[in-house]
Design a protein around this ligand. Sequence first.
Ligand SMILES: NC(=O)c1ccc[n+]([C@@H]2O[C@H](COP(=O)([O-])OP(=O)(O)OC[C@H]3O[C@@H](n4cnc5c(N)ncnc54)[C@H](O)[C@@H]3O)[C@@H](O)[C@H]2O)c1
Length: 386
Amino acid sequence: MTAPVKVGVVGCGYWGPNLVRNFRSLPDCRLEMMCDLSEERLDHLRTLYPEVRGEASFEHMLNGAGLDAVVIATAVQMHYPMARASLLAGKHTFIEKPMARSSRECEELVALARRQGLVLMVGHTFLYSPVVRRIREIVESGDIGEIRYISARRLNLGLYQKEINVAWDLAPHDVSIILYIMEEMPVSVSCQGSAHITPGVEDVTLMGLTFRRNRSALIHNSWLDPKKVREMTIVGGQRMIVYDDVEQMEKIRIFDARVERPPHYDSFAEFQYAYHYGDMYVPYIKQEEPLRVECQHFLDCIRHGREPLSNGVQGLELVKILEAADASLKQGGSTVPLGTAGPWGGAMARAGNGDQRMISAGGEQKRAPGGAEAIGSGVVGCELAH
Ligand SMILES: NC(=O)c1ccc[n+]([C@@H]2O[C@H](COP(=O)([O-])OP(=O)(O)OC[C@H]3O[C@@H](n4cnc5c(N)ncnc54)[C@H](O)[C@@H]3O)[C@@H](O)[C@H]2O)c1
C-alpha cells in the first residue's frame, strides 16, 4: 500500500483528540473523519481541524467515507461492538485500552481480524514510550541482575468512571509495562480494593501479580489521591530502577543499591546483612511522544502487513488479568490462578506470528520475543495523560 492510509477516529471526548492530532500530523496518513455523538465535541474539533469531516453517526463513518482504518476511542463498553462492526466492514482497527469488557469479546475480535486479514491493534501506549523501552533494554542487558519485584503507583484525583473501576481504567498502563519488562504472563492475580464514592465501583485498588521464579509485582491505582503519581520501581538483584513519569527530565534513575546475605557464618551473632549503597545515575533518553510513535506503528503495520507490537492477543492477555483481578476483588482479595502462565504474547507466538515488529529506544532495529524486530522514529514529545 503506497497511498496515504485513510483513517477515521470515533470518540472525541477526553483522549480521542490526542489521536486525532497525531494521525492528522503523520505524513503517510489522511485523517478523513472525526466521529462523536456529541455535536458540541464535533464543533470544537471542527474549529481546530476545519478540513476534517465531522460525523455523528458511526455507521455513516464505516460505510460512507472509504476509510482504510478505524480508531476507536470511546468508553470500554463500546469497544467490542464498534471493533466488530469495523472489522466486518473490512477496516484495519485500533482500539484504545482496555481492549474490551471481557476476554470472550477479545477472543472473538482476534479471530475475526485473522479471518478478515486485517490489522488489530490495542492502545497500550506506554510500550511506545522511549523511557519504557530503555528500561526493558537495561533489564535485558542484565545490568540490574535478576528482577526480584516491581512496584507501581498510578494515582490522582478522578477522573471517576461509572462503568469500570479504577483497575480497569489505570492498571492497563502498569500491567502492560510490567508484562513487557517481565516478558511473561503472571501465574496468578490477587486484588483488594474499596469503593468510596460510587457504590460498587472501586476507586482504590491494590493488585498483586505473581510470576514464576519468585518474581512479583504490586500495583496501586487510585482516583482518590490529591497528588498525580506515576511511579514504578524495578528491583533487581544488583541494581534498582526508579521510573517517575511525572518528572520532566530525569524520568529514570538507576540506583547501585542492593542487600546481600553472606553465604557462610558460624553463629547467628556473626550474621550480618551487607547493604551496598553505590552511585546513582540518570541515563539520557531522547524524548518522543509515545502516542505519535504508536500511531505511526499502526500505519506501518497496515502498509507492510505486519502484526503490531500491542496486538489483539496482548489486549486479550491484559483483559484476562483484569478479569482475574475482578474475581479476586469479589472474593476479598484471594489469589486467582490465571492458567495462562507462559511467555508474554505467547499465544501470538504459538499462533506462528513471526513477523511482528517493535520499536526500540534508540531507533535501531532490534529483535523482540517471538522473532520481532524494531523500528524507531524521532519526534520530540509530550507526556501521556494517564
Ligand atoms: N492510551 C491512553 O493513554 C489513554 C488515556 C486516556 C483514555 N484512554 C482510553 O480512551 C478511551 C476513551 O476514554 P475517554 O476518557 O476519552 O472517554 P470520554 O468519555 O471522555 O470520551 C468518549 C467519547 O465517545 C463518544 N461516544 C460514545 N458513544 C459513541 C457512539 N456510539 N458514536 C460516536 N461517539 C460516541 C462520547 O460522546 C465521548 O465524547 C477509553 O478506552 C480510555 O481507556 C487511553
